[in-house]
Ligand binder design. Structure first.
Ligand code: NAP
Length: 407
């Protein structure tokens, strides 16, 4: 006999407010507009969510992946969830109650059309995840804070080195860490944690040392140019050597590099989205320096407003072409046409197509706005070279070879 409405259980989808970095990725990804937010929390409407999981792989922190079995009549409402500072525990459930069968159709459909790989490259090293959370953060010490952009540049982008002393905090290239800024927000609640990609390789910013680096831009305006003061970025950019900072993580189990040194990396980034590309490039550079053959090719497309705004410009130019081919796109150089990474991709159509034909992993990181242009350019490159992007892209996604991290 079927369960009555009052006995019916649902698997309610919830977002952990302690881990969420409010990046809006889930709300943008949800195909049925089940996710909404106020000025603090992102929440899932139980009346709309169909558990399709489309929002789960793109979430950079894993805060999206929480579920509670709960009687349908007692589901947490949107208004309830907007007041939460932490997730409620799983309730005791009456053994007689009935959990409806979940249809796999939506899940499979979304897996097939996902933009970015939900799995790491097969040869990637095993990442450590969630070793520290907001309730149990690690204290790191600032070992250095260096301005990367030139003095006359508009942006203040910094290379910040965090030292972990004798505490264990292993990270891989492509992973992120959380930073908890001190103090409270306008509503009197502690500032939520912010996420930054690690810019150094797995063996440390300084090789063999228990440290890592971040690439942080001091945020003084939003994407529309309106003046705002980024809480975490200004906090980090103002830290001095010896200051302490609370860290969570590591996060990220997909956006990882292949360990196989024969695999090619096609890296496409804008601004501070260069952080994971620096980590991967430096890892391969150290491998080569140690005398290990690195047959895989590195190709980088890097966009910034002007050369003086491009983080790591100097060191990048010193790397030989035999190791990496770099294509820099500048959008605001007086007297020169606005150039974006997708324009540079098109210019290098033949070389990109050649790479796409072989064992290549694509990484896209930076501004959300670049996604559409980059995808269009890759499609055109494939069309012009006689192979089908509509077929290649989902294959790369399914094989852990197509990774996107944009905010
Ligand atoms: P930015 O300086 O504002 O922009 C970098 C370049 O991208 C500029 O040349 C810009 O051109 C160009 N651009 C703008 N729209 C574009 C589009 N539709 N297609 C291609 N290029 C476009 O960049 P930013 O402030 O550093 O921002 C970087 C982004 O990376 C942020 O959203 C950040 O959250 C994200 N991110 C950062 C990290 C990290 O660890 N720090 C990690 C992952 C992602 P215009 O002259 O037109 O502006």
């Amino acid at each position: 006999m079927g369960a009555s409405e009052s006995e019916l259980l649902i698997r309610q989808h919830l977002i952990d407010p302690e881990v969420c970095i409010r990046c809006n990725t889930c709300e943008e990804t949800c195909p049925i507009d089940a996710i909404t937010h106020d000025d603090r929390n992102y929440v899932v409407d139980p009346n709309i969510c169909n558990g399709c999981n489309a929002c789960v792989p793109p979430c950079p922190t894993g805060s999206i992946d929480h579920w509670r079995i709960i009687p349908k009549v007692a589901a947490y409402s949107v208004d309830d969830q907007l007041t939460w500072d932490e997730l409620p525990p799983q309730q005791e459930i009456d053994g007689e109650a009935a959990l409806p069968e979940l249809s796999n159709d939506a899940v499979q459909q979304n897996a097939a059309t996902s933009m970015s790989s939900a799995m790491a490259p097969r040869s990637a090293a095993q990442p450590h995840l969630h070793l520290h959370d907001v309730k149990n953060p690690l204290t790191a010490t600032i070992a250095g804070n260096f301005r990367l952009t030139e003095a006359d540049a508009e942006s203040d982008i910094r290379h910040i080195v965090l030292d972990f002393g004798n505490q264990v905090f292993p990270v891989l290239e492509g992973q992120s860490i959380g930073i908890i800024p001190p103090g409270v927000d306008d509503s009197g609640k502690p500032h939520y944690m912010r996420l930054y990609s690690v810019a150094s390789p797995r063996d440390g910013e300084r090789q063999g040392h228990n440290n890592l680096s971040l690439t942080v831009k001091r945020v003084i305006a939003d994407h529309e140019g309106q003046a705002i003061r980024g809480v975490a970025s200004n906090y980090l950019c103002d830290l001095n050597k010896g200051d302490k900072v609370l860290v969570t993580g590591p996060y990220g189990s997909n956006f990882l590099m292949p360990n196989h040194a024969g695999s090619n990396l096609l890296m496409i980034c804008t601004g501070t989205g260069a952080a994971p590309m620096r980590a991967m490039t430096e890892y391969r550079r150290r491998l080569a320096d140690q005398g290990n053959p690195v047959p895989g090719k590195l190709m980088l497309f890097f966009g910034a407003r002007a050369p003086q705004e491009l983080p790591y410009f100097g060191p990048l130019r010193k790397l030989p072409e035999s190791f990496i081919t770099s294509h820099l796109a500048f959008s605001r150089v007086p007297g020169e046409p606005r150039t974006y990474v997708q324009d540079k991709l098109r210019e290098q159509s033949k070389a990109v197509a050649q790479l796409l034909r072989s064992d290549t992993y694509i990484y896209i990181c930076g501004l959300r706005g670049m996604e559409a242009g980059v995808m269009a350019a890759l499609r055109e490159i494939c069309d012009a070279s006689g192979f089908d992007w509509t077929f290649l892209h989902p294959n790369m996604v399914a094989e852990g070879r197509f990774h996107v991290e944009t905010y």
